[in-house]
Design a protein around this ligand. Sequence first.
Ligand code: ATP
Ligand code: MG
Ligand code: MG
Length: 160
Amino acid sequence: MIPVTSYVGIGSNLGTKRTAIASALSYLDDRRSIWIERVSSLYETLPQGGPKGQPLYLNAAAKISTTLTPFDLLARCKEIERKLGRRPAVRWGPRIIDLDILLYDTLIVMSKRLTIPHVLLHTRTFVLQPLAEIAGRKKHPVCAQSMRSLLRSCNRLQYH
Ligand code: ATP
Ligand code: MG
Ligand code: MG
């Protein structure tokens, strides 16, 4: 398979967050089926949703090339989450690592186990900010707006 470009959102709010993100990136970058092309800065963000009183998050986004199918990429992300010690817990609760597929080429996937683009991508500043840094002009395959423009809309909604 010819490699395709995909974007993965990364978040952590437990333990040594920076180290967990660095480890997740190095596990992803196996150079056989996934190649990391670019990584955003790390952003410290307030928890949204889930239980009250969670620690702050560190969020980032990575541009990858991959020969994996979307479902195999999802399985790989979950495997890495497990390897780094993430265990099933309450929805949107604190976690050592979260790897979400944000975009996979221009593909749209809507299944029970996998939605691409990530279903909340256009509503989350903590995802759009790192993503817009490395893919500002990239268009959302469903609404056709750029990541930069989605980030602006999201910021407007939050502050007014
Ligand atoms: P959210 O998806 O709202 O960010 P979360 O990342 O905390 O929440 P998880 O517990 O990591 O949620 O994953 C729950 C399920 O979401 C996974 O088992 C997976 O099947 C599903 N899922 C659907 N679409 C995606 C996607 N694009 N990337 C990763 N997981 C996805
Ligand atoms: Mg998530
Ligand atoms: Mg997730």
